[in-house]
Design a protein around this ligand. Structure first.
Ligand code: SF4
Ligand code: SF4
Length: 272
């Protein structure tokens, strides 16, 4: 049987976080707010990109919000920047479902965007925030729109989410998260320095390339690992989703701390 330990753990975390954020709808008060700004068990947390945008827009900093963003930043510095994408983001959860449908419908069109446009988009929204005095991306971000609409009522802004769904379904496989999302770009910048990494043991690898097939970011991450004599994925693009660890029957991949000899969790130990 195919091992899906990391994938199942991730699904559980994604759904639990979504349910927790939706809990105020059912009268529970564990979490208040959205992924942009929330109070979790009384602790204030803030999306660092939203805070940066707001600071640029207002041309001032509000210290309590900076602390709330630093808490979140510190967390992703440890667990991997784009761990936000695969373990937390509700749009990723939605688009994983879209990818599943796309596969079932055998839609082959897969537009590849050259030159990492998400970094240009990230720069663009920061400049626009500064110039316009508005946190531009927070207003139109599919993540923020989805959270706001689910929590506070549906509006026409949900068309933004629909556009992203249609892009991923008919035009580019996982195109939004791979090429366009400025929030993903922001977190991948943090991810370059993060401590938790996918580690590789070349001696166990049989070069079967199963890890290439499952990576939603693209096969280049695991391919580079196997061809370049590297022992960990250093790229900020990796979301520590664990799909490649699940896919490796030889236990050549695992999650471990950068610089440490051993892995936190052995892929081999989790073989199904
Ligand atoms: S790239 Fe953007 S939409 Fe995709 S998972 Fe990351 S934050 Fe969410
Ligand atoms: S390299 Fe592995 S952990 Fe990183 S995004 Fe790809 S499948 Fe997920």
């Amino acid at each position: 049987m195919r091992n899906r330990r990391w994938t199942l753990a991730r699904k559980l975390v994604q759904l639990s976080i979504l349910v927790l954020f939706l809990s105020p709808l059912f009268g529970l008060k564990v979490i208040r707010g959205t992924l942009g700004m929330s109070q979790v068990f009384g602790v204030f947390l803030a999306d660092p990109l939203a805070v940066l945008e707001a600071a640029l827009a207002a041309k001032t900093v509000y210290l309590p919000v900076i602390y709330a963003a630093l808490l979140v930043l510190g967390f992703y510095f440890i667990v991997g920047g784009r761990a936000y994408c695969s373990w937390v983001c509700p749009v990723n959860l939605l688009l994983e479902g879209v990818a599943w449908v796309r596969e079932r419908l055998k839609i082959g069109r897969d537009l590849v965007f050259q030159g990492n446009p998400r970094y240009k988009l990230l720069g663009g929204v920061l400049i626009l925030s500064l110039l316009s005095g508005l946190p531009v991306y927070e207003i139109v971000s599919p993540v923020a729109v989805l959270m706001r609409d689910i929590l506070f009522g549906w509006g026409t802004e949900i068309l933004i989410v629909l556009a992203v769904v249609l892009l991923d379904l008919f035009i580019s496989r996982r195109g939004w998260c791979r090429y366009l999302c400025p929030l993903g770009a922001f977190y991948s910048l943090i991810g370059r320095f993060s401590l938790l990494r996918v580690k590789f043991q070349p001696s166990k690898c049989t070069n079967c390339a199963r890890c290439d097939e499952v990576c939603y970011v693209g096969p280049h991450l695991t391919r580079q690992l196997r061809s370049g004599g590297e022992t960990l994925i250093a790229s900020g693009d990796c979301s520590n989703c664990g799909a490649c660890i699940d896919a490796c029957k030889e236990g050549a991949l695992s999650l471990g701390l950068r610089g440490s000899a051993g892995a936190v969790t052995s892929g081999q130990a989790s073989r199904g």
